[in-house]
Write a protein that binds this ligand. Structure first.
Ligand SMILES: [Zn+2]
Length: 328
């Protein structure tokens, strides 16, 4: 456990995902606060218990949990904290999540079903060749995801601008949809720190295209708009959900914007008069990616194509249920 700023410690909790460990942040003093929890695995539970013990705390001491968004690696263990406290104290652990991500925390099974629909739809409509197609519907995958989360029916949802008392001063919730519909940055103006979850990460993408409640909205556009919501706090430190702190938010935001401009250009350059599938385009943009990256590559390619369509550079056409694109 490393102390980053006075009163805040980082607990690195392992996850079974390629991203590596997830950062949970303990804000000391009253009310004892935890930002994100890690997934529900035996190993994660052991580590978080051990790290808390080293600080002379136990899980039941945590009074409030602020969740940055509703993804497995951030929410999975919340229910365990609630249970431990219920055995030891009269006042329960308060678990907070933005209203747009509340389903994931309150009823993860329902959320997993929605995810499965999105996944199946995307694979089917992108024209993935039979040889590279995962088994559909991906029942095994969904069961695995479900095993990593325990729902918290008592979780409380909030909206943009909610404030929370913590040991380092008031923290306000800044809603930054993109990575997920309810992604939230928790901002402490007194300490000039932003707990940024997966909204802004130091050296990896936030993958805004895999947020599946998209309807008319394009994940990348929503994400780029949300960056404006924290851009004015450019002297703050961001403590992200993975990897190291971001000391220069302004430069990081600039890099992220440039990356998307470059990808859009590359996508635009790959268009021809002959119809290509979303899968074809993904192979041009991302090259020889492996099956673990299939969903990300397809989702982002689809978003990039929708942006080009809006700009009248591309035309999306549906042929036998498969999305194809031609140059406009
Ligand atoms: Zn994450």
């Amino acid at each position: 456990m490393k102390n980053l700023i006075d009163g805040v410690s980082r607990i690195e909790v392992p996850t079974p995902f390629p991203v590596g460990s997830v950062n949970c942040y303990l804000i000391e003093s009253s009310p004892l606060t935890l930002i994100d929890t890690g997934p529900k695995t035996t190993k994660s539970l052991e580590i978080i218990q051990k790290e808390l013990q080293e600080r002379s705390y136990s899980m039941s001491d945590i009074e409030q949990i602020l969740l940055t968004h509703g993804h497995i690696d951030h929410i999975g263990l919340a229910a365990q904290f609630v249970r431990e406290r219920a055995h030891a104290h009269d006042n329960p652990t308060k678990v907070w999540i933005h209203q747009k991500d509340a389903t994931a925390v309150v009823n993860y099974d329902r959320y997993a079903e929605l995810y499965m629909e999105f996944y199946t739809d995307l694979i089917t409509s992108s024209g993935v060749p039979q040889t590279e197609r995962p088994i559909l519907p991906p029942k095994g995958l969904i069961e695995y995801f479900k095993s990593l989360v325990e729902s918290v029916p008592t979780a409380i949802s909030f909206n943009d601008g909610a404030t929370f008392k913590t040991g380092i001063g008031d923290i306000s919730a800044v809603w930054v949809p993109g990575h997920s519909s309810g992604s939230t940055c928790y901002v402490c103006d007194e300490k000039q720190v932003i707990f940024s979850g997966d909204f802004i990460l130091g050296d990896i993408s936030s993958n805004p295209s895999i947020s599946f409640e998209r309807s008319e909205k394009i994940g990348i556009i929503t994400y780029l708009d949300s960056l404006n919501r924290i851009a004015s706090r450019n002297s703050y430190i961001a403590l992200p959900g993975h990897r190291e702190p971001i000391l220069d938010i302004k430069s990081r935001i600039q890099v992220l914007r440039t990356e998307y401009d470059d990808k859009l250009q590359k996508t635009s350059d790959s268009l021809t008069d002959t119809p290509q599938t979303v899968y074809d385009i993904s192979r041009i943009i991302y090259g020889d990616y492996d099956s673990n990256s299939l969903l990300l590559a397809l989702a982002e390619s689809h978003d990039l194509l929708r942006i080009l369509e809006r700009r009248n550079h591309a035309k999306l056409i549906h042929l036998n249920g498969i999305v194809h694109v031609v140059k406009n």
